[in-house]
Write a protein that binds this ligand. Structure first.
Ligand code: DX5
Ligand code: ZN
Length: 220
């Protein structure tokens, strides 16, 4: 079954514990934790201290998406702060340093993945594919919630699905950006099995209904 990962970027940061408990009760699978540094992306969000607090407040699987420059510098700290999985943008550092970040994360017993921005081709995941637990394909430019799904990314999702099926069949395929009840089915049809959704879940008062609507998404 497809996994749903609510992105707390669209949650009320003054009540993250309660917001998390609500999406957990509503059947969410992962909690997507967006980290932005104002350098790799033009926005600043949350980081290690917030992750530590959230770790104490929930037993949910925390999926930390690092939109930060040279993330290898912080891989160990995010693992220690309580992330269950950490994903690194391939555009954020050299290949060797991304490999090092993956190695640090896995050696700490956590899952690791790589992320590609909309302009980055599918084949950019190839050097990392046998070593990661997840590939994240962005379907908006990273930096902000509430943007429109980029339909032109669908062939790339399909291509990454082909690469995964051929080279690392246990690897998950996550998509992030503009996922809602209308677009979720398109991403799943292209091969995604983990759907991040921020505004489509936290922007609605009934989170259980919001998650159910995404799960029941059909291509119209
Ligand atoms: C964007 C973040 C996303 C964002 C998704 O840079 O990585 O996780 O929160 O938000 P929506 O679902 O509203 O596009
Ligand atoms: Zn994200």
């Amino acid at each position: 079954m497809v996994k749903i990962a609510p992105s707390i970027l669209s949650a009320d940061f003054a009540g993250l514990g309660a917001e998390t408990a609500e999406v957990k009760a509503a059947g969410a699978d992962y909690l997507h934790f967006d980290v932005m540094d104002g350098i790799f992306v033009p926005n600043i969000s949350i980081g290690i201290p917030v992750l530590k607090s959230l770790r104490k407040a929930t037993d949910m699987f925390i999926d930390a998406h690092l939109m930060i420059d040279r993330p290898v510098r912080y891989a160990e700290q995010f693992c220690k702060a309580g992330a269950d999985m950490v994903t690194f943008h391939v555009e954020a550092d050299s290949r060797d340093n991304i490999l090092k970040a993956i190695d640090i994360t896995r050696s700490m017993g956590k899952k690791a993945g790589v992320v590609i921005k909309p302009a980055t081709p599918a084949d950019a995941v190839l050097p990392f594919l046998p070593l990661v637990d997840i590939i994240l394909v962005m379907t908006v430019e990273p930096g902000f919630g509430g943007q429109h799904f980029m339909h032109e990314q669908l062939p790339k999702i399909s291509r990454v699905r082909e690469l995964i099926d051929t080279l690392a069949p246990d690897c998950e395929l996550e998509v992030d950006g503009g996922i809602d009840a209308g677009t979720a089915a398109l991403a799943v049809e292209a091969g995604a099995n983990v759907l991040v959704a921020g505004s489509a879940i936290f922007g609605r008062s009934d989170r259980a209904k919001a998650i159910e609507d995404i799960r029941n998404s059909k291509i119209s």
